[in-house]
Write a protein that binds this ligand. Structure first.
Ligand SMILES: CC(C)(COP(=O)(O)OP(=O)(O)OC[C@H]1O[C@@H](n2cnc3c(N)ncnc32)[C@H](O)[C@@H]1OP(=O)(O)O)[C@@H](O)C(=O)NCCC(=O)NCCS
Length: 195
């Protein structure tokens, strides 16, 4: 059980069983799949629930997933950091605001900023990177506002991605490390988990 992490416009919290129906609908949304360069899956809801249940029950040392909710408690998307490489001090960040009513209003920027602050305050990760499709200008603008800068290109499965990165020292120099987010404890020793 993670702490609730409060930003200015959103809260990041553990994912719940009650989120599953909406998450399944977002997974099957063709526009969201295209923006994420993913095929629309062919999983039945039962198959999806089996994977979802396993993810909720078993924590992973290399992946942390959060639901994003508005400050009045509505789930609007998900974000995650994964591929945690403790030797390199590197992790990859992902986000999806599934509810279109919340696009272009600053929720994505606040969710990414809140997650980045959490990662740099609570872990020893030194660099966070992400990839986004080269035509997804909204996403790139959102990440730039959070301090990420382009650092390369990647071609995969016929898609062209921009890779962006943010180093801990850039985050510190930008003064983003200053104020602690509500609900966040001081840096704690991370528990070793299975997975
Ligand atoms: C990508 C995403 C996280 C961004 O979150 P968001 O809340 O919509 O973004 P924000 O409002 O914080 O910032 C978006 C910025 O891009 C701008 N923008 C949007 N479309 C644009 C376009 N076509 N050209 C230029 N700027 C654009 C917005 O005006 C805003 O900038 P501003 O604050 O200076 O006005 C969210 O839209 C999302 O999850 N979309 C669906 C899934 C997706 O794209 N996934 C890929 C993630 S890698």
């Amino acid at each position: 059980m993670k702490d609730m992490i409060t930003g200015n416009m959103v809260r990041l919290r553990d994912r719940r069983f009650a989120d599953a129906v909406e998450n399944y609908a977002w997974l099957n949304d063709p526009e969201l799949a295209k923006l994420d360069a993913l095929p629309v899956p062919t999983l039945t809801f039962q198959q999806y629930m089996s994977d979802y249940t396993a993810e909720l029950l078993y924590s992973s040392a290399t992946k942390q997933q959060f639901a994003i909710e508005s400050l009045n408690g509505k789930q609007i998307g998900n974000c995650t950091y994964y591929g945690v490489d403790e030797t390199k001090g590197d992790a990859e960040l992902g986000i999806m605001i599934g509810n279109r009513d919340y696009w272009d209003k600053g929720y994505g920027t606040d969710a990414v900023t809140t997650l980045v602050n959490h990662i740099f305050r609570q872990t020893d990760i030194k660099r966070i990177h992400l990839k986004t499709l080269d035509w997804n200008i909204r996403a790139q603008k959102c990440f730039q506002k959070c301090g990420f800068t382009p650092c390369g290109h990647l071609e995969k499965d016929g898609h062209n991605f921009v890779v962006m990165e943010l180093y801990r020292d850039q985050w510190e120099k930008a003064g983003r490390s200053g104020s602690k987010t509500e609900g966040e404890p001081e840096k704690k020793a991370r528990k070793k988990t299975n997975g």
